[in-house]
Design a protein around this ligand. Structure first.
Ligand code: GLU
Length: 404
């Protein structure tokens, strides 16, 4: 029995821990025993942060930029963020229309925490990034999960959106390119969703654009507020330096949206973290203002890896994988593996069983699709060098062939 002193916040008590982090913790624990695990679990670029960005951070420390900044971020960084939204997304943004937070995650959490009350609903198309429904729940709201399967390219359709909206809908969360499927919304697909949204003036939209620069085969990236400017005054467009500049550990995310929302987020942040790390903010400024070659180069590398991974996974008996248009994830169905038994005697009932058995018996870490709201699938993050990816695919293939 839980004693009274251990009584948790009721929303936290019913939320799930982050499935991506749980797998990363399992990898760390297994590696600590000396096992050589290839991890396709964490969704973060394997490249080093560009040297000029690191130098800017070192310079910031030497120059004594080691104190609190303004809660919403350094003015210079907010100007660079506004310039980024204007230059790359065609949004008409001033520096006052931006906020800088400790990672993209905090932009999202701030926005939800600032606006949600009990009874509110948050529409989350599935497959979704693991944290969206949990964050909505932590803020006392109800996530409304809309299944978007392979038949619709893992994307929300106007019809499905229309059916999911209720008088209680407060937010719709969109994420393109998507984690975990890599699906990319085309301009006309966003326009179709926008048409539905225009008929529902009380719905806010969160556009999570963190994988913006990873769209493949020459596909152009579009964000909702750019496609439908009439939605700009109720859209929070969110991005960050983590994926674009290999800066996951620096924890800098940013967003632009209506003034009332940014003010509320700033108020919350001022009572919470006081703002993002001053040193990381100087690094992010260098990333946004410096040479942008890194973005093009990493996109080429990821596209080549995607081609290799999809071919290797799709030709693996028991797995079936479609070609994602962006991000650095392959999302493969593992339906044909269910009901089989591993050499160690484990019956694979669910995609989570498959993921755990791959870790235990093949030393490859992945995250199961059900954690993202759609099973039986496996998410493979291909943010690793080609040799490691080939080795991982070989181990996965052997594992699949060994099943009875
Ligand atoms: N976004 C990454 C992933 O999906 C990082 C981990 C997380 O925050 O969930 O793996």
């Amino acid at each position: 029995m839980t004693s009274e002193i251990q009584r948790l916040n009721v929303h936290l008590a019913s939320a799930q821990p982050s499935a991506t982090y749980r797998m990363m913790d399992r990898v760390a624990a297994k590696r600590a025993t000396g096992a050589k695990v290839i991890s396709l679990s964490a969704g973060e670029p394997d490249f080093d942060t560009p040297p000029h960005v690191c130098e800017a951070a070192i310079g910031a420390i030497r120059a004594g930029h080691t104190r609190y900044t303004q809660v919403a971020g350094l003015r210079a960084l907010r100007e660079a963020v506004a310039e980024k939204f204007n230059r790359e997304n065609g949004l008409d943004v001033r520096w006052q229309d931006t906020i800088v937070c400790s990672g993209g995650k905090q932009v999202i959490y701030n926005a939800l925490a600032a606006t949600l009350n009990g009874g509110d609903e948050v529409i989350v198309p599935a497959p979704y990034w693991v944290s969206y429904p949990e964050m909505a729940q932590l803020c006392g709201a109800t996530p409304v999960v809309v299944p978007c399967g392979a038949d619709v390219g893992f994307k929300l359709t106007p019809d499905a959106l229309s059916k999911a909206i209720s008088p209680r809908t407060r937010w719709l969360i969109l994420n393109s390119p998507s984690n975990p499927t890599g699906a990319v919304y085309q301009r006309d697909e966003l326009a179709g969703l926008a048409e539905v949204l225009l008929a529902h003036p009380n719905v806010l939209v969160l556009s999570d654009d963190i994988y913006e620069h990873l769209t493949f085969d020459g596909a152009e990236f579009f964000t909702l507020a750019q496609v439908e400017p009439r939605l700009k005054d109720r859209t929070l467009t969110m991005n960050g330096v983590s994926k674009a500049y290999a800066m996951t550990g620096w924890r800098i995310g940013f967003g632009t949206g209506p003034a009332w929302l940014l003010e509320a987020m700033e108020k919350l942040q001022g009572q919470q973290t006081s703002g993002a790390s001053s040193i990381s903010q100087h690094a992010a400024l260098a990333a946004l203002q410096g040479p942008q070659d890194f973005i093009r180069e990493s996109k080429e590398v990821f596209q080549a890896r995607r081609n290799m991974m999809v071919e290797l996974l799709d030709s693996t008996p028991g797995l079936s994988c479609t070609m994602p248009g962006g991000a650095f994830y392959a999302f493969a169905s593992c339906e044909d593996l269910l009901g089989k038994t591993t050499p160690a005697g484990t019956l694979l009932r669910t995609d989570e069983d498959v993921a755990l058995a791959l870790l235990e018996e093949a030393n490859v870490a992945v995250v199961h699709g059900s954690a993202f709201g759609l099973g039986p699938y496996i998410r493979f993050a291909y943010a690793l060098d080609n040799d490691s990816l080939r080795q991982a695919c070989e181990a996965i293939r052997e594992f699949c062939l060994s099943l009875k």
